[in-house]
Structure formats: structure tokens, C-alpha cells
Ligand binder design. Sequence first.
Ligand SMILES: [Zn+2]
Ligand SMILES: [Zn+2]
Length: 389
Amino acid sequence: MTVPIAKLSFWGVRGSTPTVDPATWRYGGNTPCLELIAPDGTQIILDCGTGLRMLGSRWAAPNGGKAPGTHILVTHYHWDHIQGIPFFSPLYVENNEFHFYSFRSKFLGRDSLKQVFEAQMAMPYFPVDMSAMSARRKFKEMDGGDSFTVGENKITARWLNHPQGCLGFRIETPAGTVAYATDNEPGDAKMDESLRELAAGADILINDAQFTPEQLETTRKGWGHSSWLEGVKAARHAGAKTLVLFHHDPDSTDRMVDSILRQAREEFDSVFAASEGMVITIGAPGDPVQAHMPGTRTALRREAQFRAKVCGVTEGGKDFEEETVVRDISLQGALISLKHLPRLQSELQVTMEAPGADGVQSMNLRGYVVRIDEGPEKGHVAVGVVFTD
Ligand SMILES: [Zn+2]
Ligand SMILES: [Zn+2]
């Protein structure tokens, strides 16, 4: 019997508005869009931020075209969660079928999401109107507490605390459970309970981590967002196994997200900061949650050989120091062969010896672990780092 495995891809992780600032490229600048492929091939898309365009450009029909359509859950109607819709190319292809789920907004009334489509594509905001979208589209309304099944998977919605309302979703698949709780502010007893229900025993809790705990208490109180600390508390309380910090503030540089992640990891064992291109597999034997980072972002090209000393933290949290050879190097990053298994999204100190005009020179760089693959030699892993200095 094959083991059921689900695959969760992050296409957009930024909150509020897209960013193209180079200081934010490592975590990514597209607004919320996630894709979950359940073990039975059911394709579920969470939110339609600008990340949806990327998903569309790498489009693969669900289950090789055998599954009856794609299911798209929209949490709410703020720009950052709907802005990718007109740019999602599969909507313009005749044989595709999409089932959209969202709530009836009191500001829009019946068919809220359909109205959002029409408004976004009305002239003069967009050059073509809805009639150009030839894919089949079905719209369903959901309310907090509603649930339905698609294939072998159960989807439940709950209200979260956010201006003009926002739904959180819990998706139970045979491989494991994912709770998606973006755009929510703690402090409302009823909605805090909703969050716990969504996240109860979940394998993955994706929680809003836009602000620092200090901001959340002071200048950003009432803005409808959360912090890494509140995410840790919620994960602990609900017994969620892995926490993913999500909806990064557009003003948060990669360095700031690094620091947020570091603090969260001091308080909770399994935490990742959502990163554009990151893929998490759920249900693999021996390691129920595995994260992978995108390879394309770290163009590793130069063939070279540098002796290097690497200091870092292992996956188990222990400090290590190792002498090795750096094989591929570019200005952005390097591929390093190591016997130790460093933690994904942790920092390595890489000291390299490079031949210079006055003999061998020592070069100190800070590398951030973006990927880990099987190494070329037995007992080694190939660690991709991006230099952050
Ligand atoms: Zn948002
Ligand atoms: Zn919002």
C-alpha cells in the first residue's frame, strides 16, 4: 500500500501589498496564494493574491486532468487576497473548471465573490471583461462553521477576527491536516476559540505573523493581524505540530523575518517562515513534515574549489563546526557539502580561503540555508546557501 502524501506549495506569502524591494526577495514579495495537492489528487488553492499568477504560469491540471476541477478557497476580499484573479491564465482556458468558495459580505450581498470578479475586470480597471474568461466557474457561499468534502478531504471554515470579516480554513486529508489562518488578530475570545478549533492537532498551522509582539500591543493594535508569539501560543494550545509564519509585513526585510523566525524557534520546536517557492510535503514515512526551498532562486554556477570552515546549528539544535570544500559559488550563494545536517532557514558562518594577490586570504560570509539535498558523497548532504552579507 502506498503512503498518502499531500503537497503544500507557497506561491505568495507577503501581506497587504506586493513588494519588489531587493531586501525582501529571499522570502518573496507576492501576496497570499497557497496550493495543496491532496493524496487523491484534489487540488485546493488558498487565496488569490498575486502569487496566483505564478501558479497559473506553471499550471498543471489537477490529477493530470482527471480530477473534476480545482477548488479555490478565498478567505476575504482585501486586495492582497484577490488581486491575482485577472492574471490567472487558466481562467481563460475553456476546458478548465474552478469551484470558488467564500462568504457573503454584508457590503456586497449575494454572489459576493462573483461581484468581486466583475468589479476587478470592469472598465477602465482592466482591458478585457469577464466574457474573456472561458473556464467554467462555480461560486459557493460559505459561513463560519460550514464544512464540505471533496474527494477524501474535509474542508471546514471558521470566522477569524479581521476588519470586514475573514474565514480561516481547516483541510483534513488522509496524509494530514492543514490549518490556514491568515489575517486574524488575537484578543476576541470567540474568534480565538475558532482559531484553536481550526488548528486542533493540525500537522501544519499557517498563521498570520505580520507584526512583532510589541507592534501588536501598541501601534498596530486593531489592524487585524497577529505575531509570531501569538502563533506559537495558538500552536501550543491547539497541539499543532508545525507552525508556519505567514503574511509577512511589506516593510519587513528578509533580515527582519530572519529575526522573527529565530525568536519563534526559541519558543517552539518546529517553525518555518513562509517563503515563496517553499514546498512542504506532509505524511512522508519517518518524517511527517518536510520542507523544501526553491532551487531556481539560488543560481549556483561557478565551478570552483575553496577550502572552508562552516559553523552552524544542526537540525537537532546543536552547534557544529566542520572543515569542507566549497564547490559551487556565485556572488549570491554557494553549494556546500557537509556531514552535518543544518536546519533549513538557519544561518551558517562560512569562512573560506581564497587565493588573493598577497597569497591566501580568508573570507567570512554569512550564509542562509535555502535548500538541502542528498550529497554527492555518501554520508554528506549538499547544502545550498544564499549569502546575506
Ligand atoms: Zn491580507
Ligand atoms: Zn485582510
